[in-house]
Design a protein. Structure first.
Length: 456
DNA sequence: TTAGGGTTAG
């Protein structure tokens, strides 16, 4: 009894030390405890697994399992769930799903937490149908869904383009007594904003306030991004100032949202001012903040500074992601260094990143902008994977080069593939054909566009 | 111990 009580105290100490990221100290306390006859149990090790995963690496967390077994302690469901969720958090989604299979093979019965994480992973890797099957298993099976089950489902549906389904699930759940949390509303508002369903987003936001909820930093960032998407810059900036007065700008989220929006519309000076505010507020930059800063440098024509920062990030031990590399490739193109851009794309391949369509689209666009339209055309022909961006970029650049007949031909083949091309680009082709005297072709193109709209 | 906001291309 005394030992069990002491272990409980030990676990409280370890949890508190781990929370403050002092893992070495936690290890020392455990060793001291053993010396005094207080032995760690499964809870102690589970706390360590979580802390190592969060503050060191997934592998470091996973290796705690071996130490547990050496100490004669059998990992339990919490150990497994902790690892599965850590893998999911770090985007090792297939690893997370493998761990789930491992649980089943070891004869451990998963609980609703395990299933929630699996659903989350399936949504994240773009398999909404499979996630939905897991959801149905939970709802119709022996488990009682937790609020997180519904939140994962609503968010996953939104992220995979099924906002209407998310909305009907939300309403159905409400009819059955489900009380949405701030988190549920945030996920739904974000999904609606991304789908440009501003009217519905506004009414959900109204309902959120009527429930007596106060918007948090996440609600604010979501609504702010929505303002920028609708070109309501002043409103967006006002939200940033309000966030600051409420103490919600404690991390880089809000700043990065604003800076990215300003960069996109060419308001580079203002973007620079916001970055300076972020730095003077002492916010420790994470990878996304660094990516945003590199992007700003590239847009300012400071490619040398961007590459220097890239080096610094790697020296700091941060691993650059596909965004970092894509921004650099785009930066190299904007500086006219297409050879360097291609080399960096190849370098990405050697690092194990998959095919990067966004980067290739950037190269395509920048070639067009620099007047190398024939080069862009041959790159386009060589591309095995294309999307709506690829077609829009090339059609747009063909118009820029006043090659309206080629643009029209490409636009028609794009419509046949079912890709949605920007209305403004379609208009540019129609107007271009008229401007060079091809009125009949312009009329034919218009009717083909109408037909495609009807069919798709 | 799960789940919600930020960064790349038209």
């Amino acid at each position: 009894m005394v030992t069990r009580l002491s272990t409980k105290i030990l676990n409280i100490c370890i949890a508190s030390i781990c929370k403050s990221k002092q893992l070495d100290k936690a290890e020392t306390v455990i060793v001291d405890g053993i010396r005094l006859g207080v032995f760690p149990d499964v809870v102690t090790y589970n706390t360590l697994i979580d802390a190592y995963c969060r503050f060191v690496s997934f592998d470091a967390g996973y290796s705690v399992l071996y130490r547990m077994r050496e100490a004669g302690i059998i990992p339990d469901l919490v150990s497994c769930n902790t690892l599965i969720s850590a893998a999911a958090r770090k985007c090792f989604l297939s690893k997370s799903l493998d761990l789930f299979d491992e649980i089943l093979q070891r004869g451990i019965n998963p609980d609703v937490w395990s299933y929630n994480i699996v659903m989350h992973c399936l949504f994240k890797i773009g398999k909404p149908d499979e996630a939905n099957r897991v959801f149905m298993d939970i709802v119709l099976g022996e488990f009682r869904p937790s609020p997180a089950t519904y939140n994962v489902m609503i968010n996953g549906l939104c992220k995979n383009g099924y906002v209407n389904n998310a909305l009907s699930l939300f309403r159905n759940l409400q009819r059955h007594g489900f009380v949405p949390q701030v988190l549920t509303y945030n996920a739904l508002i974000n999904g609606l904003c991304k789908a440009r369903r501003m009217g519905t987003a506004r009414s959900i936001l109204r309902e959120f306030r009527e429930m007596g909820y106060e918007p948090n930093a996440i609600t604010y960032t979501t609504v702010m991004k929505c303002c920028f998407q609708c070109s309501k810059f002043e409103e967006g900036l006002e939200i940033l100032y309000e966030m600051r007065s409420k103490g919600y700008t404690f991390d880089g989220f809000a700043y990065c949202t604003v800076v990215a929006a300003l960069i996109k519309t060419g308001r580079i000076e203002e973007a620079n001012e916001i970055i300076e505010q972020m730095q003077s507020n002492g916010i420790e930059p994470d990878l996304v903040s660094y990516n945003t800063l590199i992007n700003l440098y590239c847009r300012q024509g400071r490619l040398e500074d961007a590459l220097k920062l890239l080096d610094e990030i790697e020296k700091e031990g941060l691993e650059c992601d596909k965004y970092t590399h894509t921004i650099i490739i785009h930066g190299l193109c904007m500086a006219g260094n297409f050879v360097g851009a291609q080399q960096h794309l190849n370098y990405m391949n050697t690092l194990g990143f998959g095919f990067n369509l966004v980067a290739v689209n950037c190269i395509l666009d920048d070639l067009g902008k620099a007047g190398h339209i024939d080069h862009a055309m041959s790159l386009f022909e060589a591309m095995e994977v294309k999307d709506a961006f690829t077609y829009t970029i090339l059609v747009h650049n063909l118009c820029r080069a006043r090659r309206f007949l080629s643009a029209s031909k490409l636009l028609v083949s794009c419509l046949k593939c079912g890709f949605k091309i920007l209305r403004s680009t379609q208009r540019a082709v129609i107007d271009g054909l008229i401007s060079i005297g091809f009125t009949n072709e312009s009329r034919k193109l218009k009717s083909k566009i109408r037909l495609a709209r009807f069919l798709h």
